[in-house]
Structure formats: structure tokens, C-alpha cells
Design a protein around this ligand. Sequence first.
Ligand code: 5RP
Length: 252
Amino acid sequence: EAGLLIPSSPSSSVSVILTQDDLKKIAAYKAVEYVESGMVLGLGTGSTAKHAVDRIAELLRQGKLKNIVGIPTSMKTHEQAVSLGIPLSDLDSHPVIDLAIDGADEVDPYLNLVKGRGGSLLREKMVESVCKKFVVIVDESKLVNYLGGSGLAMPVEIIRFCWKFTAVRLQKLFQESGCVAKLRTFGEKEEPFVTDNGNYIVDLYFEKSIGDLKVASDAILHIAGVVEHGMFLDMATTVIVAGELGLTVKNK
Ligand code: 5RP
């Protein structure tokens, strides 16, 4: 990870090196300042959200936060929260969430997101679409001019049945954007990655912009076999970006 030299204080000649993970932690800790006792919290997934969950647990242990209920967005976050003693529930019991904190893979200038490179996009979208406030935490490498613009994957969760057929339909849908659809795999044997919901993920790579995001979203969801996609449009209420020049808080 590239290091970043930051003076430890304005008058100091001593510098500390901040890694990308430090930046993620700084953004996460800032987001946890939005948490109040008694809240129902959506707990995100990924290396940035993990810092937020750690911090919430720390404040609970210290008695600075009380009566928190967490709704985890993945099995991994569920396990982390259980190991830290955070009280948990689910959407059946808590259909409205006060605040969700989660990372993202891409953030565009309008605070639209790509999520799901960690594979948890479906549960994340279920939780984050019913929260009053959705605070997104990223380091500045996640900022893009348009979604798909990082050249990295835009994930789509699909059912396993005839997955190649669905992948081909997705690729054809974005032919004009130079789309390539790839089944997500893991390990040396390249076994299909299976989500917490028992589905596969097809990652879409684009050469060019996909144009109107709402149109693209509707078209993807219209394909039978698609469960959900990783575009989170008009959902983030706040994005906290940790970067070379410090923290930036962008509000919708
Ligand atoms: C998981 C996600 C993550 O929030 C996203 O991939 C960002 O991860 P990280 O904080 O590790 O960079 O959407 O499905």
C-alpha cells in the first residue's frame, strides 16, 4: 500500500506515514460520530466498514454508546459483530434503520455508488435502502468521474441456474459500452464465488460509460435470472472521504 506522509502536527518536522488502511480507519471513525445511543444500525461489509464495527463495539464497551441494535449486511459482518458482543437483529424485526455505515467501491460526483466487490451487495442494498441516513466511508481512491469509470468490476448477483445465459444477456445489454461479463471465481481452481444467498456474481467491465444509470439499472433488473446489481443510485446521504488533504464530508 502506498504510504502518505502527514506531519504529526502543523509545527512538527516529524511525519507519520498513513497507509490506505489508515485512511479507511479515519473515515470509519468519523462516521461513527453520527451514531447515537438507542439507534438501529446497518452494519456494512468490507475492510472499511470493519473499522466502523470495531469502533462501535469499542464505544459500547466503554459505555459511551448504549442500546444499539445492529443489522449486519453479510455473514462476515455478522460474525465480527457477534465476536465483539454487539447486539444484533434483522429486517423482519427492525424494518426501519436509523443509520447505516458502509464502504463502497466507486463514488461518482452525485454520490451514486458501485458496491459489491466484496460480494455482499444484495444484503447491503436491502439494509441500506430502508435506512434514514446512509453514511458511506471511502478513501479517495474510490472517487470516479462516472460509475464503471475505475475500470474495475461492476458486480451483478445472479441465480446459478443457466448462469452463462444470464451473463451473455448482461454483456449484450451493454455491447455499445464495450462490456465484458465474467463469472466471479476464487482460488487456484477458479471455483465460482458463491454469495451469502447461494447465488453467483457476474462482474461487468466497461470500456466506456454506460450512460443513464437509471435506464441501465432498470434494464439489468429486467433480465430474469438477475437478483440485484451493485449500483446504489441516490441512496447515500453522506459520503466521508479520507485523503491526502484530510477528511471531506459530502452531503446529499
Ligand atoms: C462489499 C462492499 C464493500 O463495501 C466494498 O467492496 C468496499 O470494500 P472495502 O472497504 O474493503 O474497500 O460493497 O460488498
